[in-house]
Design a protein around this ligand. Structure first.
Ligand code: URA
Length: 211
């Protein structure tokens, strides 16, 4: 395998169903065990004509209940940043590397648990299918899980953040952080600067799309 190629771009040979058919098929996915704890699949959302696909890690608690990606706190922050950068969320396709919520139960709460490489690899089948249908000009990897799924383990978000990486097959991939990391520092003195940096990256995404 090439050094810059993750499971979601390797597995691009899928049939040509519509996004709706794909979503319906994914609803009964048993490729890994994560379906058993989750409420439902959280598939990608957005127009098939989108020029940009944003890939997060996995749905959170709110997304799991709503059945839609990026509707919880990290999604709301992402919405604000996109708006500030002049990107219309409705024109984008938003999805995740892993389509079911993985969590540890703690009392009545469900605490986010990181998906492992095996879960990311099997779920990459769906991301590959989404990318094949949408055929975006650019994919934005939000955080390490998305970067791994798209480009493999040679990518390091801390090192490659802000770069557009070009795998041998598939669309170019812009590397950035996951917006949930901004939520954690939002109230700290450095929070404002960190959000401004992320908004600036979203402006660069917009500039790439307008080229
Ligand atoms: N975080 C993600 O990575 N994806 C979502 O859909 C929501 C939060």
């Amino acid at each position: 395998m090439s050094e810059l190629l993750g499971p979601a771009l390797v597995q691009r040979e899928v049939d040509d169903s519509s996004l709706e058919e794909l979503h319906a098929d994914a609803a009964s996915c048993r490729r890994c065990d994560l379906y058993s704890g989750a409420t439902q699949i959280v598939f990608g959302e957005g127009p098939k004509t989108a020029e940009v696909v944003f890939v997060g890690e996995q749905p959170g608690d709110k997304e799991d209940l709503a059945g839609r990606p990026f509707v919880g706190p990290a999604g709301k922050l992402l919405d604000r940043c996109l708006e500030e950068a002049g990107i219309e969320r409705n024109h984008c396709y938003l999805t995740n590397a892993v389509k079911h919520f993985k969590f540890e139960p703690r009392g009545k709460r469900r605490i986010h648990a990181k998906p492992n490489k095996g879960e990311i690899k099997v779920c990459a089948w769906w991301l590959a299918a989404e990318l094949r249908l949408v055929r975006p000009k650019l994919v934005v990897a939000l955080g390490a899980t998305a970067a791994y799924s798209l480009l493999g383990s040679h990518v390091k978000v801390t090192r490659d953040r802000g770069s557009v990486l070009r795998p041998p097959i598939g669309p170019p991939v812009f590397i950035t952080i996951h917006p949930s990391s901004l939520l954690r520092i939002f109230d700290q003195p450095t929070g404002g600067r960190a959000v401004a940096r992320f908004v600036d990256e979203m402006r660069r995404v917009r500039a790439f799309l307008e080229r």
